[in-house]
Ligand binder design. Structure first.
Ligand code: 6R9
Length: 670
């Protein structure tokens, strides 16, 4: 592959639609050529102890692990599911991400170039400054009694203090739970009630594009809700951005303190807590197909190794010359692994951006790329499609000459968006790393490597080191060769989630009960004749709207919380920018009449219960829903009605009342 020059790249592409890595990328890559990948991949499976020891040894451990490096049981028929990596070892991810770089003489290196929502608002934070920020926050947390094993909730915008606060919790052995700043007060309260923190860290308020976001006011409301339900938070630490007098929210005496009064005056030195490898590191709530969001729990040692190794190999990060930018918010797993931890563990310099890609216009990302000479750019297909829709001129007015590598995450990227990203954004020079993974997996699972993997537009390609995928049919038989089915993983990897916080049964039920002995991903996939994996999307009732995971059950339960809604059924329809959008069928109480005002109220209810990003695009009035005789809603039928494909309903013989379908078709658009 290393002899594939630009010329060959284009010719080859037209022959079999493969894009080979350019020489310049191969030459500097950690893994060179497909054979280089295959050798290392084979070794990672045949001798995991030596492969993972070698990787882990590039980090600092206070105590070494015992052998074997991984102990596990994934088969519920053989007892409880359990996974442990690096047993007996002690480490601290915050020490590795922050202090280690300072100790290595890199204190003056920039850790974060922070770009605010509005142009011209910026800050630079070096590794030495980051260390002192982390220590001061740690001393504040300790002063209010936070200790090893305690939970801390973070509800912040993307300012340097957010990754710093995460690393702070890790430093003192506390467990962080970051809640994305787009969630509503009720959703935040649910998460607080589940993890019962004594401290919440927040920001007064901030601008997202042209819109003010009153974070502190939302925290105030959430704490009132959680207090009403039996949990009191005693301390709120607030970073001042927009003044509360402008954005709303108040300071409660005895509970709330500002950053200036509580953190700035703290000593900037604080020892780390050496933590067992399997100590909890963080909880991150994510949506599943049933019930309330679950707290995905990750642990210190394995997660650290997974984050470091994937950032290194998948983005080929060379800390001295690269400027790395992942556009994710730290409220999602991508921000945890590929903003906070992965890049810092490598001592890299990164850009973090508080705003949105279309503010003040659709050229903002490329203006930031030129400003900081970004070399690696990692974003989501929904952003790529939104920017594509605004036209090429916003891109081509900037040079983007510094870019050498692109990344995609969050949902399948359609080949059209892939090609635009490759040709226009990357100027045909920059390989795209289409990384498939999940909150639960902690780090990349199926992904190309820049100097090794020939790319196919829209394809996540091949498994990362140590990852052993399989494709099953519905009965659970493993399929061989080219095939299509359900994606499962056959053995644990270091950054795998360990449990659902407080509910190990739910962990076993969700991921290990459908197919015994395998981790069930919830995704469908196709494997082609090159052994490449094409992710086809969720096979369960999980929606993916603009890369955000939302459970149909959550939206339905928000809708029925409105007094006149008796029943709701939510499906996804294809959306040109968002990937999927939410389409809700709603049955009203007898005596209630559909109206535009009611439609608006129902949408507002979902915004209030979950957050604006979960709002349905369509409310379809439904006097009745298609159900089986046992009362199960047939979503398959609803999906067809929503997509105007009622001529392709398939087998409807199990419908209890077939006349419902015609009724719904007539009410479409009403
Ligand atoms: C990292 C993240 C996980 C779900 C996952 C899948 C979808 C993510 C993808 C992708 C196709 C990719 N997904 N990356 N589908 N290609 N490159 O997004 O985590 O929020 O937990 O979502 O997202 O359906 O199961 P999370």
């Amino acid at each position: 592959m290393s002899d594939a020059g630009d010329q060959k790249t284009k010719e080859q592409a037209s022959i079999d639609d493969k894009f080979f890595p350019p020489d310049a990328i191969v030459e500097r890559a950690y893994v060179q050529g497909l054979s280089g990948y295959k050798d290392l991949y084979e070794r990672s499976l045949s001798d995991p102890d030596s492969f993972w020891s070698e990787q882990a040894e590039t980090l600092t451990w206070h105590k070494k692990w015992s052998s074997p490096i991984c102990k596990y049981n994934l088969n519920i028929e053989n007892g409880p599911v359990n996974i442990s990596w690096f047993d007996g070892a002690e480490t601290n991810i915050s020490w590795n991400a922050v202090d280690r770089n300072v100790e290595a003489g890199l204190g003056d290196r920039v850790a974060f170039y922070w770009e605010g929502n509005d142009e011209g608002v910026e800050r630079t934070v070096t590794y030495a400054q980051l260390k002192s920020m982390v220590c001061r926050i740690a001393n504040y947390l300790k002063s209010v009694g936070v200790k090893r094993g305690d939970d801390v909730t973070l509800y912040m915008s993307l300012v340097p203090e957010l990754p710093a606060a995460m690393a702070t919790c890790a430093r003192i052995g506390a467990i962080h739970s970051v809640v994305f700043g787009g969630f509503s007060a009720e959703a935040l309260a649910d998460r607080i009630l589940d993890s019962t923190p004594n401290v919440v860290i927040t920001v007064s308020g901030t601008m997202r594009g042209p819109k003010p976001i009153p974070l502190k006011a939302i925290v105030d409301e959430a704490l009132q809700i959680s207090e009403g339900k039996g949990h009191t938070v005693h301390h709120v630490l607030m970073l001042e951005q927009l003044p509360l007098s402008d954005v709303g929210g108040s300071m409660k005496a005895g509970r709330d303190v500002t950053w200036r009064e509580a953190v700035d005056s703290q000593p900037d030195d604080c020892p780390v807590e050496w933590m067992p490898a399997e100590a909890p590191l963080f909880k991150l709530y994510t949506s599943g197909s049933t019930g309330k969001p679950k707290g995905v729990l990750h642990t210190a040692g394995g997660y650290m190794v997974g984050a470091m190794v994937t950032t290194k190999f998948v983005f080929d990060v060379q800390p001295v010359s690269d400027v790395y930018w992942c556009t994710a918010d730290c409220g999602w797993i991508t921000g945890h692994t590929y903003v906070t931890y992965g890049p810092l563990l490598l001592g890299a310099t990164q850009v973090i951006f508080e705003g949105v890609p279309t503010w003040p216009d659709a050229g903002r990302c490329w203006s930031i790329v030129d400003k900081y000479k970004v070399t690696i750019f990692y974003t989501a297909p929904t952003a790529i499609r939104a920017l594509h829709a605004r036209g090429d001129a916003f891109v081509t007015r900037y040079s983007r000459a510094s870019l050498r590598l692109l990344g995609s995450v969050g949902e399948p990227i359609n080949p059209e968006a892939w090609r635009w990203y490759y040709e226009v954004v990357g100027g045909g020079r920059c390989p795209i790393m289409d990384t498939w993974w999940q909150t639960e997996t902690g780090s990349h699972m199926i992904t190309p490597l820049p100097g090794a993997t020939p790319l196919k537009p829209g394809c996540a390609t091949l498994p990362f080191f140590g990852v052993e995928p399989a494709v099953l049919d519905e009965k659970g038989n493993e399929l061989q060769g080219p095939c299509e089915g359900i994606l499962v993983i056959k053995r644990p990897w270091p950054s795998m989630m360990r449990t659902v916080a407080g509910d190990h049964k739910r962990f076993e039920q969700t991921y290990f009960s459908a197919f015994k002995g395998y981790y069930f991903t919830g995704d469908g996939c196709r494997r082609d004749s090159d052994g490449y994996y094409w992710i086809t999307g969720r096979v369960d009732d999980v929606l993916n709207v603009s890369g955000h995971r939302i459970g149909t059950a959550e939206v339905e339960s928000a809708l029925v919380s409105h007094p006149v809604c008796v029943e709701a059924a939510v499906v996804a329809v294809e959306h040109a920018i968002k990937g999927q959008s939410i389409y809700a069928f709603v049955t009203l109480m007898t005596g209630s009449e559909p109206s535009d005002a009611l439609r608006k109220e129902l949408i507002a209810t979902v915004r209030k219960v979950i957050g604006p990003f979960a709002a349905p695009d369509v409310i379809h009035w439904a006097p009745g829903l298609p159900k089986t005789r046992s009362g199960k809603i047939m979503r398959r039928v609803l999906r067809k009605i929503a997509a105007c494909e009622e001529d392709q309903l398939g087998d409807t013989s199990t419908l209890a009342d077939p006349s419902v379908v015609q009724q719904l078709v007539e009410l479409r658009g009403k």
